[in-house]
Design a protein around this ligand. Sequence first.
Ligand SMILES: Nc1nc2c(c(=O)[nH]1)N[C@H]1C(S)=C(S)[C@@H](COP(=O)(O)O)O[C@H]1N2
Ligand SMILES: [Mo]
Length: 157
Amino acid sequence: MSEIVLRIDGEVSQPLDLTYADFAAIPAADQITDVSRFHPKRQGDGVTLESLLARVVPKPAATYLTLHASADNFHASIPLEAVRAEGVVVYRLAGQPLPVKNGGPIRFLIRNAAACHTDELDDCANVKFVDRIELTAGRGQDNRPHDDVEHEQLHAH
Ligand SMILES: Nc1nc2c(c(=O)[nH]1)N[C@H]1C(S)=C(S)[C@@H](COP(=O)(O)O)O[C@H]1N2
Ligand SMILES: [Mo]
C-alpha cells in the first residue's frame, strides 16, 4: 500500500506520486464511490480527475491529458478541457486495491464516454493499468485503435 501506483507529471507545476494510501486519504468530497452507477459494466471506487489536477497545477501550456499504461504499452491522449470535469481515477474495489482483472491497480474512466473511435473522449480512452498521467502541450502518445478491424484485433488479445 506504500508502493507508488500513479505518477502525474509533464506540464505541471508540481509532479505527484501517489500510493493506494494517498488515494484512500483524499477527502470524501472528491471520492466517487461505485462507478457502476454510471458505467454499469465497470466496478470500483475512484477520485475525481479534477482533485488530482488541483494538486499538480497544470501549466498554461498543458492542453492534453496523456494516459500511459506501460503494462501493455497502451496510450491515449485527450483534450484536457473536454476531460477535466469528466475523468475519474479508479483505485479501489471492496476496500482493496483495484484488481488487474478490473484494469487495476489504477484505471481511468470518463463519465460519459462515446462509443469506441467515434470521439476523442471514447470508451477506448478508458485506459486500464494506468501508471502515468502526463500533461502535454498538444497531443501526446496515443495508440488507440482507429477502426473496427484494429479494435477487434485489440480486443482479441
Ligand atoms: N491498458 C489498456 N487499456 C485499455 C485497453 C487496452 O488494450 N489496454 N483497451 C481500451 C479499449 S479499446 C476499450 S473499448 C476499453 C474496454 O474496457 P473493458 O475491458 O472494461 O470493457 O478499455 C480501453 N482501455
Ligand atoms: Mo475500444
